[in-house]
Write a protein that binds this ligand. Structure first.
Ligand SMILES: Cc1cc2nc3c(=O)[nH]c(=O)nc-3n(C[C@H](O)[C@H](O)[C@H](O)COP(=O)(O)OP(=O)(O)OC[C@H]3O[C@@H](n4cnc5c(N)ncnc54)[C@H](O)[C@@H]3O)c2cc1C
Length: 354
């Protein structure tokens, strides 16, 4: 019992530390004291291309989790990277103030207030206007992009050149800076590593504007990648591309047995001749299977969804994809895909598949 109480306390403390601003989920700071008024007036005097918004701050006092609402003093809407540099240098020059936090905000899709700032300054990275995206179609293609750009826009632009990033997240309305501050994990990570493994260079603002790579300012480069926004602000990134697949064969295999599910996944990701995309997930069967499967079944196929009965148990699903070009379509459909699956023949015989 004592151990359980200790663990619960420990977990709560860990959660509070993530929200470095405050542990109150709805906190409104006092902006009427002298130091706050001085800060506002000094920020107004900065010579920026963009501007500070001191009025509509509530829109950034939220995130995807909708559990934490920290009101900042100001939102910086930077037009240029130098706006961010000037602001951070100004805050540093004001001297040590542990209460004053500066937070980069991408698309605000984190869950626990990570993109918010209690009484501090939120930098809205999506406002950056400087040269958003350049695709370089050389032998080892890559793109240069602003830290506030959304991955969905990168997909649209790179596809025009027949290219796409190697490693993705499942959901694409997230910013470059937001996912590179975490990891960026999806079904390609077993092959290429997470998104942070596919970055050649970063431009990072710590006050100074620094170029970073594995060979230049390497400590900062590796600190910022997966650094939860604590070491600097990503204003540009150079990221690997590969030829985009023209078509995809998509397969789902569903399991009732967790051990079979993980055994198959481990076998598939460690095989050379396997799929291009492999992801496993758990379907919590709380509200009926049709609801839980809404995102993976076509609404035009309700019968298909309703035929699965798991008697209230959780289900597990492996989702796999094999890339191919339509010219080779018959080959991939009839030969290559069967080859891959025949090496995992028990997957098809013992599990539900579609
Ligand atoms: C519906 C949904 C689906 C998701 N799917 C996946 C998935 O498949 N794979 C996966 O890996 N993750 C996934 N995530 C998690 C997501 O990748 C992270 O929450 C990510 O941080 C959100 O990006 P954002 O642009 O909204 O960042 P924000 O929430 O705005 O910021 C998140 C953190 O990054 C920091 N940050 C933001 N921009 C910068 C910058 N330019 N420089 C430095 N720090 C910065 C912020 O300060 C904050 O600490 C998903 C989230 C949601 C809501």
């Amino acid at each position: 019992m004592l151990l359980k109480v200790f663990l619960v306390l420990l977990l709560n403390l860990a959660e509070q530390n993530i929200n470095h601003c405050s542990y109150l989920p709805h906190a409104t700071p006092d902006f009427t004291n002298l130091s706050s008024l001085e800060l506002v007036s000094s920020l107004k005097k900065l010579n920026l291309n963009g501007n500070f918004d001191f009025q509509n701050t509530r829109r950034v006092a939220n995130d995807f989790g909708n559990r934490y609402h920290f009101l900042p003093m100001a939102v910086l809407l930077p037009k240029t990277v130098s706006d961010i540099s000037i602001t951070i240098k100004h805050v540093i020059n004001m001297g040590h103030n542990p209460e004053l936090t500066v937070t980069a905000r991408g698309h605000g899709h984190s869950l626990q207030g990570q993109s918010q700032s209690h009484g501090g300054i939120v930098i809205s990275m999506e406002s950056l206007e400087e040269s958003k995206l350049h695709v370089h179609t050389c032998e080892q293609p890559y793109f240069d992009v602003s830290g506030g750009e959304l991955w969905i826009n990168i997909l649209h632009e790179t596809l025009k050149q027949g290219l796409s990033p190697k490693s993705w997240t499942d959901y694409l309305y997230l910013t470059i800076g937001g996912t590179l501050s975490n990891a960026g994990i999806s079904g390609q990570a077993f092959k290429y590593g997470p998104q942070i493994n596919n970055v050649h260079r970063l431009e990072i603002v710590t006050g100074d504007i620094l170029n970073c790579s594995a060979t230049e300012n390497a400590d900062l480069f590796y600190g910022v990648l997966g650094g939860l926004g604590q070491f600097g602000i990503i204003t540009r990134a150079r990221i690997s591309l590969e030829p985009a697949p023209r078509s995809v064969k998509w397969i789902r295999v569903r399991y009732l047995d967790f051990n079979l599910f993980t055994k198959d996944q481990e076998q598939l990701i460690s095989s050379d001749n396997s799929f291009d995309y492999i992801e496993g997930f758990v379907i919590i069967n709380r509200t009926g299977l049709i609801n839980n499967w809404r995102s993976t079944f076509s609404p035009r196929e309700p019968l298909q969804a309703s035929q699965f009965s798991s008697e209230g148990k959780n289900l597990y699903c492996l989702e796999m994809a094999k890339y191919f070009n339509p010219e080779d379509g018959n080959i991939i459909n009839k030969v290559e895909l069967l080859d891959i699956l025949s090496s995992f023949s028990d997957i098809l015989s013992n599990r539900w598949s579609s």
